[in-house]
Design a protein around this ligand. Structure first.
Ligand code: COA
Length: 258
């Protein structure tokens, strides 16, 4: 079994494909291979009439620590066809209902992917953060567009400029999550909602989602491309090198010279 297959467990039952992030020892940080496996799973889910709903879930202690920093340093995304961008475009354009169940830390893309999900269920231990600036980077996944829209500009600035985390109750208040439950119940709640959706007419679900999203689909994809170009450039610049070096060496970054 390849690592990406072991780290991403897609499983389909009763019309619901569940994609489980399963790299808990590394806090479900996402490697290029995992992004590729998730992009492949979404493509398969889109094409397979037997799949009507997709759920992305983690572990009750951790949703995802975002990009795997070592993997990102060694194999930075090369162009818009790289696995991370395939995955991001996949969730932004996925036509069927997409749900997430989030417990524990959801860092970086662990949070930004949720802005593309239709319904999000959170454990009361969920902690959302988008520390791109603290890593010498800029937002991705169209979060520079979608976060201000959902949170309002000033709360978005706290989240994106200061990189401050916010907890499940705050996420519920701004509408990023639909319901907060005890962590052990979150995946079960997402499954039961997914099954309820899977019993509805798929053509109505798909058309309703298309109509809700069509107003800004192009804008989202354009923003993603522009962010992606900046993000790729900034990965090689001194601020990100210092931030990532500090993470690997388990020390505080020093941005005084960048
Ligand atoms: N990339 C690579 N490895 C990561 C990682 C990441 N994003 N996040 C965690 N890990 C690894 C740690 O290096 C550690 O590995 P080790 O056991 O070999 O030393 C292991 O996962 C456990 O992480 P640790 O930090 O000890 O867990 P924690 O419970 O104290 O904290 C987090 C959990 C998620 C809060 C913390 O790991 C974190 O902040 N990670 C970085 C998140 C980040 O900046 N992501 C954005 C990337 S763009």
């Amino acid at each position: 079994m390849s690592d990406s297959f072991k780290d991403i467990l897609p499983h389909t039952e009763a019309g619901v494909m569940t994609i489980t992030l399963n790299r808990v020892d590394k806090k479900n940080s996402l490697t290029a291979a995992m992004y590729a496996a998730m992009a492949d799973a979404l493509e398969a889910a889109q094409a397979d009439a037997a799949v009507r709903v997709v759920v992305i879930q983690g572990h009750e202690t951790i949703f995802s620590a975002g990009n795997d920093i070592g993997d990102f340093l060694n194999k930075p995304p090369a162009g818009m066809d790289s696995p991370v961008f395939r995955f991001l475009r996949g969730i932004a354009t996925f036509p069927k209902p997409l749900l997430a169940s989030v417990c524990g830390p959801a860092v970086g893309v662990g949070t930004t992917m949720l802005f593309h999900c239709d319904l999000v269920y959170a454990g009361d231990n969920a902690a959302f953060s988008m520390p791109f600036v603290n890593l010498g980077l800029c937002p991705e996944a169209a979060s520079s567009l979608l976060v201000p829209q959902m949170l309002g500009y000033h709360r978005a600035a706290e989240a994106l400029l200061l990189g401050e985390p916010f907890m499940a109750e705050a996420a519920l208040e701004v509408g990023l999550v639909n319901r907060v439950v005890p962590p052990m119940e979150a995946n079960g709640v997402a499954q039961s909602v997914a099954r309820k959706l899977a019993a509805k007419p798929i053509s109505s679900l798909v058309e309703t989602k298309r109509l809700m999203k069509k107003g800004q689909q192009q804008m989202v994809l354009q923003q993603m491309d522009e962010e992606g170009a900046s993000f790729g450039r900034m990965l090689g610049e001194p601020a990100a090198r210092e931030a990532f070096g500090a993470f690997m060496q388990k020390r505080r970054p020093d941005f005084s010279k960048v």
